[in-house]
Ligand binder design. Structure first.
Ligand code: ARG
Ligand code: ZN
Length: 491
């Protein structure tokens, strides 16, 4: 199933007037897979290891972090604190090579542990500077350090690797993602689990970390990564090295090193947040628009959702026709189309909902997409367009829409980005706002972003906070809107 970024497609599906829609939607909303039977439920290796090993022997870390819908994503036994990626990319040969240093803390005594990595030749692995042995098992890079890592210890694993990145192409309804080579460089957007197509990592949003990127490319190529540049690029011998740092915790899928020819505009928003906008020369005409809209949206959301959580904001338009945009931390990416205000409002709302507050399990994705879609409705309301209630009413009137069959509170692994997760997720928030009133509702949004800043969240936590701040019993409302495969009544 291909991904379509198409207002008209979603408009047709939902029989909605054009003005009210944005973002994207998988072309089949009905082709939803039944609840995944948690594919063998990731026997954690602790369970697979029979008998009690002698004290001090350590145990292998699990091959998955424990998300039943994505049993092999992420890993158990440690928590990453920082990734330092020193990489070089050669566009003509599409060769990516270098060293990823992953600083982590053991949360059990570890005899062995995994990183996620797809493809590449691994040349060498060290743990705290000492050679480690390793094997490959699918997307698991299985590492055995020369001695057991004690529980609670901080250690650094350095992986030296090279090869031609192999992004995930047209997988079920998730589209093409990961490190995607383009004519002039690469388009790098990794939701949900494509970070492993360019660096070894604990590839799940439940383990967030800070990042340093040092990326060497042919002179004339620009590297756009998350966070801020650390000084000007250094050029010698026809190659330039760009250094970027994201100093706030970030999920692996939000990391990027997008490469290519770019026109760049930098400055600050009216409220003083540093802003970096970059466009492929094909989209030169959009640079001022991207810059100015990103600026005013960032400042406005900072009032509505709480202080901007990161040290800079911005956006990137590249010419790969991904069919979607992605809220890469501090640098949302727009893949091969002219973004309008609504989608910029959406991707920047994700800086709070998705990036600062990240899902702990992918099934709760409405906490990202429902909120960012609701932000589109708020942006329209703010600008004198349709109110969020009018937008809600239009969707609600369509009694035959496929969103009623897909409960958005349980995003399906093969169709995570279903229109219901976006639209019915947003409708849930409007239903809640109607119920608890504007004042409590907006206090709730700001309390939510404040209490869980840089952390991981679940639907349950949101429901509990909503009930606490409103003093109301809201189970029935959330149950009807998020968890039932039917259109809620009495709205
Ligand atoms: N989170 C992105 C958005 O809201 C969508 C990402 C789609 N990713 C994908 N692999 N198809 O706009
Ligand atoms: Zn989104």
């Amino acid at each position: 199933m291909t991904w379509v970024f198409s207002r008209s497609l979603r408009d047709m599906q939902l029989k909605r007037p054009k003005r009210l829609t944005t973002v994207l939607l998988s072309a089949t909303v009905l082709g939803v897979n039944a609840c995944s039977p948690s594919i063998g439920a990731t026997a954690p290796s602790q369970v697979a290891n029979p008998g009690n090993p002698p004290a001090g022997a350590g145990m292998p870390g699990a091959a998955g972090i424990g998300d039943p819908d994505f049993p092999k994503d992420g890993n158990g036994g440690y928590d990453v604190d920082h990734y330092a990626l020193k990489l070089a990319y050669d566009p003509p040969t599409q060769s990516l090579s270098g060293t990823a240093s992953v600083k982590a803390k053991a949360v059990q005594s570890l005899s062995r542990f995994d990183l996620d990595l797809h493809g590449f030749t691994v040349r060498k692995v060290t743990v705290d500077g000492r050679d480690a042995t390793f094997t490959r098992d699918g997307d698991e890079l299985v590492i055995t350090p020369s001695s057991v890592i004690a529980d609670g210890t901080t250690f650094t694993v350095a992986v030296d690797y090279a090869g031609k990145p192999d992004p995930v192409r047209n997988s079920s309804n998730l589209g093409t993602y990961g490190f995607i080579p383009t004519k002039d460089g690469a388009f790098v957007t990794s939701e949900p689990n494509g970070a492993r197509t360019w660096f070894p990592c604990n590839d799940h949003p439940a383990d967030k970390a800070t990042y340093d990127f040092d990326v060497t490319v042919p002179a004339g190529t620009t590297v756009v990564a998350n966070g801020e540049m650390r000084g000007a690029p250094v050029t010698s011998g026809g190659r330039s090295t760009f250094s970027w740092r994201e100093g706030h915790p970030m999920a692996t899928y939000l990391a990027t090193i997008t490469l290519g020819k770019f026109d760049v505009k930098t400055g600050k928003t009216a409220d003083g947040i540093p802003l970096y906008a970059a466009v492929d020369p094909t989209y030169r005409r959009n640079l001022d628009f991207l810059y100015s809209v990103s600026s005013k949206v960032t400042d406005y959301w900072s009032k509505v959702f709480g202080p901007y959580p990161f040290s800079s904001t911005g956006g990137v338009i590249d010419d790969f026709a991904a069919g979607y945009a992605l809220e890469n931390q501090t640098k949302p990416m727009y893949g091969g189309f002219d973004p309008d205000e609504s989608i910029i409002a959406h991707e920047l709302a994700h800086q709070w909902f998705g990036d600062s507050l990240s899902v702990k399990r992918w099934k709760d994705l409405w906490l990202n997409e429902g909120f960012a879609t609701y932000a589109e409705w708020l942006w329209s309301e703010h600008n004198g367009g349709a109110t969020a209630q009018a937008t809600f009413d239009d969707y609600y009137a369509d009694t035959k829409a496929p969103i009623w069959q897909y409960p958005p509170g349980v995003a399906q692994p093969k169709d995570l980005f279903n229109g219901s997760v976006y639209i019915r997720g947003a409708m849930t928030l409007q239903a809640l706002r109607q119920r608890i009133g504007d004042q409590t509702f907006f206090t709730l949004l700001r309390t939510w972003t404040d209490q869980h800043k840089y952390g991981n969240v679940t639907t349950d936590e949101f429901v509990k906070l909503a009930e606490k701040l409103s003093g109301q019993q809201l189970d029935a409302l959330f149950d009807a809107w998020l968890f039932k495969p039917v259109r809620p009544s009495q709205q």
